[in-house]
Design a protein around this ligand. Structure first.
Ligand code: SF4
Length: 75
């Protein structure tokens, strides 16, 4: 399993995470930031547990994010 974390409060809405991992990320038209699908959170941080087969796409999202607010770790 993996844990994906999104510091959503600092998202600049560039859409890169949606492009590389579209099954896990969507843009929120209400405020122009991305949403980590299925995540729960508070105070601007969102977290979700996902299966290993999402590791590579979301690691790519973490690497491509220009403000480095996505973290992916194996658990
Ligand atoms: S790549 Fe980073 S800054 Fe860009 S939309 Fe995704 S989380 Fe936000």
């Amino acid at each position: 399993m993996i844990r994906i974390t999104h510091h959503r409060a600092k998202c600049i809405g560039c859409n890169y995470c949606v492009e590389v991992a579209p099954s896990r990320w969507t843009m929120d038209e209400s405020d122009g930031k991305s949403n980590l699908n299925g995540a729960s959170g508070k105070k601007g941080f969102f977290t979700v547990i996902a299966s290993d087969d999402e590791f590579y796409a979301n690691t790519e999202a973490a690497e491509i994010c220009p403000v480095k607010i996505i973290k992916v770790e194996k658990i």
